[in-house]
Design a protein around this ligand. Structure first.
Ligand SMILES: NC(=O)c1ccc[n+]([C@@H]2O[C@H](COP(=O)([O-])OP(=O)(O)OC[C@H]3O[C@@H](n4cnc5c(N)ncnc54)[C@H](OP(=O)(O)O)[C@@H]3O)[C@@H](O)[C@H]2O)c1
Length: 283
């Protein structure tokens, strides 16, 4: 019988580190009765996962064998070790979702040929259930289990099904995005501090602005430039700021930021993937 969400009993988290722990918390919140195996190497990792409500073990083979769905959340260079630790037969028929950056579907499908494989790219906002997660697949049977996989990741925020080729762009925009937004927030706060406003007040205010503008854009479905024009009075304050943004090249810098981050994600992905293929002897 194929896996449906109704017959999922166990989820295995292979590598309960930062992202693995956040996934345990989200799943426990959404589905309190779901049983979760969590693996790690250090006692502290296992203890932390236990506290979050998972069954902790160092035994990756046991976690994979007992689980209906397996999430691979080790660092990519630890993936070959995991492969060596798990019997080939234990992967058979399992839904396996890798959140490891850079490891391509072709590699995952070659190694896990008996599993139904997906690649997901969540971001750190998983911890507040506001991840923007992209998921890709290429295996023949994978389309049959999209609902099951979606049930896992929708606990953590929004889910988008994308072709694999978008995952490096996703990494740049959405994976690194929280760092870029945090940097912009800091710059705006410093600007207000330079004008004499206490830092804490400026910080609270800009977070309100960020959240409010996000809701406004989303709820009205209007183009960002429409909102900008509505706020921009002739000879007023906003146009002075907009001219400064233009003369300092901020928009071009942000566009280039995403493009450069994307290129780096591709470079790193190529290195990670070819190292793994070499280590595991995949042609
Ligand atoms: N952090 C993010 O925002 C984020 C977002 C998207 C994707 N990712 C991807 O998620 C993966 C994990 O990232 P992370 O930031 O969560 O790293 P992390 O905190 O270092 O977690 C990795 C975990 O894997 C465990 N591990 C290593 N080898 C193992 C093995 N053989 N068996 C069982 N567990 C093992 C480690 O256990 P010990 O601690 O006990 O050694 C560690 O807890 C990476 O591939 C990354 O690309 C991360």
């Amino acid at each position: 019988m194929g896996i449906t969400w109704d017959n999922v009993e166990y989820v295995g988290i292979i590598g309960a580190g930062k992202i693995g722990s956040a996934i345990i918390v989200s799943l426990k919140n959404c589905y309190p009765s779901l049983k979760i195996y969590a693996t790690g190497r250090r006692e502290s990792t296992l203890e932390n996962a236990r506290k979050l409500g998972a069954i902790s073990t160092k035994d990756n083979d046991l976690a994979v064998r007992e689980s209906d769905i397996v999430i691979l959340s080790v660092k990519p260079h630890h993936f070959p070790t995991v492969i060596r630790q798990v019997e080939k037969s234990s992967w058979r028929g399992k839904i396996v979702v890798s959140v490891m950056a850079g490891v391509r579907l072709s590699t995952l499908n070659s190694v896990l040929e008996d599993a139904i494989v997906y690649r997901a790219m969540p971001n750190i906002n998983v911890v507040v259930k506001k991840s923007s997660t992209a998921i890709a697949y290429s295996g023949e049977n994978s389309s049959d289990y999209k609902d099951v996989v979606e049930n896992i990741f929708k606990c953590m925020g929004s889910v988008y099904w994308v072709p694999e080729e978008f995952l490096d762009i996703w990494t740049a925009l959405s994976g690194s995005g929280p760092a870029f937004i945090a940097e912009i927030v800091d710059a705006l706060v410093l600007g207000a501090v330079a004008c004499g406003m206490p830092r804490e007040l400026a910080y609270k205010s800009i977070l309100d602005v960020l959240e409010g503008t996000s809701i406004l854009l989303r709820n009205t479905s209007r183009h960002p430039l429409e909102i900008r024009d509505e706020v921009t009075t002739p000879a007023g304050t906003t146009i002075r700021g907009l001219m400064t943004l233009e003369s300092e090249g901020v928009k071009a810098a942000l566009m280039k930021t995403i493009q450069e981050t994307y290129k780096r994600s591709q470079e790193i992905g190529d290195i990670i993937d070819s190292n793994i293929r070499k280590t595991l002897g995949i042609k």
